[in-house]
Write a protein that binds this ligand. Structure first.
Ligand code: SF4
Length: 215
């Protein structure tokens, strides 16, 4: 099983249980369909980070009070602010199957989530290499809505990146990203070479790390 299939199966709630062949076939064909449908787009910009307090920081014009983010970005003078989307085609695909095939909708939801993660991980690797040449190291991706980093900051992030124009990403009145298979995130940049795990602090075994965003 490749990494993206494993991730999709995990999102489907199988955990360590065996997956039957028909589910695996559904996952495989969902990925094929997503490959044809997604219009992956991403934008990032780098902003200065300044701390007013350990849990009160500014990233460009973004004024944030968050203990978790403050801890994670400790020692960072700048941060990558990014937005990414799989595009409106995925939402159209989900709407189409919602009328006829709910099992496929569930599989597509899981596969799209895995697809987006994979896209971000790959792109983050490119950023990592570029930043390393400048003597900067990446902290893990940190999205609004995680821990005490309020989802309300999403609106400002979209404005800072001008995502409506640059990647076609906007927000509904109820703060939902549209297209739905999209994400915004902050990645701290530090001169300290901290060996961060691509999948974030939750997957990292450095339990005594000063920058760990969760206990
Ligand atoms: S716990 Fe691991 S992933 Fe999280 S900041 Fe520390 S080194 Fe990086």
């Amino acid at each position: 099983m490749d990494a993206r299939t494993k991730e999709a199966v995990r999102y489907l709630g199988y955990g360590n249980h065996a997956v039957d062949d028909s589910t695996l076939a559904l996952v495989a064909s969902s990925f094929e369909e997503l490959e044809r449908t997604t219009g992956r787009r991403i934008i990032y910009r780098i902003f200065d980070v300044s701390f007013k307090d350990s849990d009160h920081l500014e990233i460009g014009k973004l004024d944030i009070v968050s203990k978790n983010l403050g801890k994670n970005l400790k020692g960072c003078q700048s941060a990558v602010v990014l937005g990414a989307t799989l595009g409106a085609g995925v939402d159209m695909l989900l709407r189409k199957y919602a009328l006829t095939d709910m099992a496929r909708v569930v599989a597509l939801q899981a596969c799209a989530a895995a697809f987006l993660e994979e896209y971000l991980d790959e792109y983050q690797e490119k950023i990592r290499k570029e930043m390393k040449e400048q003597g900067l190291y990446l902290r893990p991706r940190f999205s609004p809505g995680y821990g005490d980093f309020s989802i309300e900051h999403q609106e400002m992030i979209l404005r800072m990146l001008d995502t409506a124009k640059t990647i076609g990403l906007t927000m509904t009145d109820s703060s939902m990203l549209t297209p739905t298979k999209s994400v915004t995130a902050i990645i701290g940049l530090s001169k300290n070479n901290v060996p961060c795990h691509t999948k974030g602090c939750e997957s990292c075994n450095k339990t005594d790390c000063t920058y760990r965003r969760n206990p």
